[in-house]
Structures are given as C-alpha cells and as structure tokens.
Design a protein around this ligand. Structure first.
Ligand SMILES: [Zn+2]
Ligand SMILES: [Zn+2]
Length: 333
C-alpha cells in the first residue's frame, strides 16, 4: 500500500510503498476513510516529539472501516466504522481501569512509537477504538479524537457550567473553529478571537461574539465575565488570555505554536484571581464518545479548509499553513 513515511529525525516525509498491515491478536486493520492533517505533524517533523521511532507512518487522526480483526478481538467486527484515540493504552493499569487511559504509563502514540494513519490501511490496537454512531459523517468523526473530543475533555476538566462564557483564541484555526462549537454545544456563551478581519465573518457563524486583534482582553471583559479561555495559540496569546479571565477563571492551554518560547508568569496574578491553568492535550474514549454524540446530533459541523489525497500531501500542508484558510485539512487516501 501507499503511505506517508517519516524516515528519520528531521528527515521530512516520503510517499512510498510499504507492506500491507496485518493485525496481531489485539489489533484490527482498518481501511482509512478519512485522515486529517494537524499542526502537530509539523512539530513532529521538526523533531519536537522525542518518542518517535523511525521509520514511522505519519498522521494521528483517522476514521475508518474495519477490514480485518485479530484473534482476540471480540467487541468489533469487520465493517464497523471506528475512530482511534491518538494513542494505544494498555487497558489494564489503574488509570485505564478508571477510564483515565490518557494517563496510562505504557501508552504508545500513533505516528510516534506506532505507525500512523496517512496510508490506505492502518493497524490499530483494540484499546484505542471507539465505534462511530450510525449516520455520522466521516468529516465530523475524523475530527473527534484530536479536535472536538480533546476540547470536550478540556471543558470537562475546566468544569464548564451551563451559561458560562468561553473565549477561544485562534478561533479560525482547525481547533479554534470547532472549539467554539463544542463550547456552545456544552451550554456556553462563546467569544471567538482572531487577528484577521476577513475571517471574522466565518467565525460569526459559530460564535456569539467575535473580537479582531491581538489585544483582546479589554474588549472581552466588556462583553461579559469570561469564565474559561481555550487558548489554541500559545505564548503569543497567553498573556491576553489570562487578562481576559474573571475571578475563578480557568484557562485550558492547548496551543503551543512555538515550543521554544518561554513565558514568564506573574504568580500574583493567578493567585489573587483564583485562576486555574489547565495544560491539556488529549481525549479518552469517554470524551470521544461524548463528542461523537454531539457530532451525530448535528451540534458540531465540521469546517473543512481543503481535502487532499496521499499524493497531494504537500499541498495539504500548504493549505494548513495558509493564513487565509479556515478549518481542518482532510486526507482521503
Ligand atoms: Zn492532531
Ligand atoms: Zn493503562
């Protein structure tokens, strides 16, 4: 089969023929229906993911149809539509048993220690699989494990209450435009922040308010008490994100556009305002099921910036980096 393979540390990727995957006893092989490109792929290619084993197939977001099952797989069958967590938990440790498999000691990451999903077929551990409710569109399902389910967990960890106000930075990005929708579906009033006037109109479709500009905290505070910020950008927005929050506010930090940058925090600011900083990255099966349900109910609509096939992967990353585009870039092998 054809796959996008990262051959070595900072070596970029190559489209090449590799052997078709065969499931071991605790795995399934899926036909990849849709995969999605992610900013994290670029960080992986830049060498920021030390656990990567080379060569490895790139891509960690997928929805597919089961083609073949391993000998010990009983809860899934050929033809099932599934998504995969971004990682494979062991399913046996105390965290896995509590349903907190994101904290599993022996978890392995797809596109890191395990082959990822930019290929025609992919091998997935059964502990990573979640069934997709019937009738859910692939475009919405593929976004759940890394985007909508991850945001769903972030807002759950932030103990979002009905009627609270959530501000989302980077609101036109692949995560941001969907974070607005997840927050709204969970009962929040939402403010989207963007730096681009031209993208404000699209953001307005999903947000109650839109702020354009880099110094957004003052305007945000005028709109309402901001209770939760989902920061999808990182050091460029973190300061203003903190300043936007009313007392008791929570910041869910998802973005980290420049991992080499250091942020100096004035502790007094978070202490005196009772602010919680929640570093956040992944989703468990429970969160994936929650976000899949919202997607199936039509409360989250996928916003797609473009779609490419395996051969066009370069073009896909161009769209991902294009500042004029809104939403996620999908890959249909
Ligand atoms: Zn991702
Ligand atoms: Zn575990």
């Amino acid at each position: 089969m054809k796959a996008v393979v990262v051959t070595g540390y900072k070596q970029g990727y190559r489209i090449q023929e590799v052997a078709d995957p065969k499931p071991s006893s605790d795995e399934v092989v899926i036909k990849v229906d849709r995969a999605a490109l992610c900013y994290r792929d670029l960080l992986q290619l830049q060498g920021y993911y030390p656990r990567m084993k080379y060569p490895v197939i790139l891509g960690h977001e997928v929805v597919g149809t089961i083609e073949e099952i391993g000998n010990n797989v009983s809860n899934f069958k050929k033809g099932d539509k599934v998504v995969s967590l971004l990682y494979a938990p062991d399913g046996t440790c105390k965290y896995c048993k509590q349903g907190e498999e994101a904290y599993c000691h022996s978890r392995l990451g797809y596109s890191e220690e395990l082959d990822g999903f930019f290929a025609e077929y992919a091998k997935i551990k059964v502990t990573s699989l979640v069934k997709v409710p019937q009738g859910t569109q692939d475009e919405g399902s593929v976004l759940v494990p890394c985007v909508t389910g991850m945001v769903y967990r972030g807002l759950t960890r932030a103990k979002l209450k009905q009627g609270e106000t959530v501000l989302v930075t980077g609101a036109s990005g692949g995560v941001g435009i969907h974070a607005l929708q997840v927050a709204k579906a969970m009962g929040a009033k939402v403010i989207g922040v963007t730096t681009s006037e031209e993208k404000a109109d699209i953001i307005k479709k999903y947000a109650d308010y839109v702020i354009v500009g880099t110094n957004f905290s003052k305007e945000a505070r005028k709109i309402d008490d901001v209770n939760v910020v989902i920061d999808t950008v990182g050091t460029p927005t973190f300061d203003e994100s903190l300043k936007s929050l009313w007392m008791g506010g929570r910041i869910v930090q998802i973005g980290n556009v420049d991992p080499s940058k250091i942020y100096e925090l004035k502790l007094g600011y978070v202490i005196l305002k009772d602010i919680e900083i929640i570093g956040h990255a992944s989703a468990t099966k429970k969160d994936v099921e929650g976000a899949l349900k919202l997607t199936a109910e039509g409360k989250i609509s996928p916003v797609i910036a473009g779609s490419v096939n395996l051969e066009e992967i370069d073009k896909g990353y161009e769209i991902l980096k294009d500042k004029h585009k809104v939403g996620k870039v999908l890959l249909k092998p």
